[in-house]
Design a protein around this ligand. Structure first.
Ligand SMILES: Nc1ncnc2c1ncn2[C@@H]1O[C@H](COP(=O)(O)OP(=O)(O)OP(=O)(O)O)[C@@H](O)[C@H]1O
Ligand SMILES: [Mg+2]
Length: 230
């Protein structure tokens, strides 16, 4: 069964929201699914894991793997990983990511790996999220927003994947913002027309969004989940 790296056109576009809901849906379908957030930065959370994303993913997938496997690298500063490592004088050790990923991959039939930021977020001076996806050997799912400006960001993300020869499974359009602009209705058609990449689904803005469970019915209704299981 395939595993997927979930990236996005930017930070805050819905990687955790979509990855956690996908993990919960896969669980419901009886898939042995694991999750990972190889690198996280931010303020240490008082409850759960250091990274709130990791707590959400862990809960949604109903796994009990230790924090250092799901999230091998955490940098306690709410900035990009490269900036955090410079400020905190931490060395970016990518080996640990591959070690933990291999361990989890041998345990689960499907791994859903949440990226950080976007496709060219630097993890070190000369190593980007795209390099990580390539070295993990994963296909990627791109989460994109629906608001004006999304075409530019989506095309740049798709081009980078092509440059790196990273296979793109598809694009998910997430209406994470209630102020969806005129692109809202055109984005899926236009993105598909230009890139030829399948649109796996369009998720609505959920006004009463609370946690991943709120999103489950929308993912079930708006996405062809079976196409991800092969
Ligand atoms: N479809 C939606 N409807 C309503 N709210 C949403 C939707 N998608 C995302 N959100 C909200 O938008 C915020 C950002 O989403 P999310 O944390 O999933 O982004 P991210 O890409 O994982 O961000 P990061 O780069 O920090 O990891 C969250 O607070 C989430 O609650
Ligand atoms: Mg996230």
């Amino acid at each position: 069964m395939k595993s997927y790296f979930i990236t996005a056109t930017d930070t805050g576009v819905g990687k955790t929201t979509v990855t956690s809901a996908l993990a919960a849906c896969m669980q419901k379908l009886g898939i042995n699914v694991g999750v990972m957030k190889p690198i996280a930065t931010g303020i240490v959370q008082k409850t759960g894991f250091k990274s709130s994303d990791v707590s959400i993913l862990h809960r949604a997938a109903q796994v009990n793997d230790p924090e250092d496997e799901i999230n091998p690298i955490f940098m306690p500063l709410p900035v990009s990983p490269y900036d955090a490592s410079k400020t905190l004088d931490l060395k970016f050790d990518k080996k640990i990511i591959f070690e933990k990923f291999a361990k989890l991959k041998s345990k689960y039939d499907m791994m859903l790996v949440e990226g950080i930021g976007g496709i060219l977020t630097p993890l070190s001076k000369d190593y980007f999220v795209a390099d990580l996806i390539k070295e993990l050997g994963l296909e990627t799912i791109i989460i994109t927003r629906s608001t004006l400006g999304t075409l530019n960001h989506t095309m740049m993300t798709v081009h980078t994947c092509h440059d790196y020869k990273i296979p793109i499974t598809g694009i998910i359009i997430n209406n994470y913002d209630e102020n969806g602009g005129p692109e809202e209705t055109n984005a899926p058609t236009t993105i598909y027309e230009i890139t030829g990449i399948p649109i796996l689904g369009v998720l609505p803005f959920v006004r009463d969004y609370e946690n991943y469970a709120t999103m489950i019915p929308y993912v079930e209704k708006n996405m062809d989940l079976k196409s991800l299981i092969s």
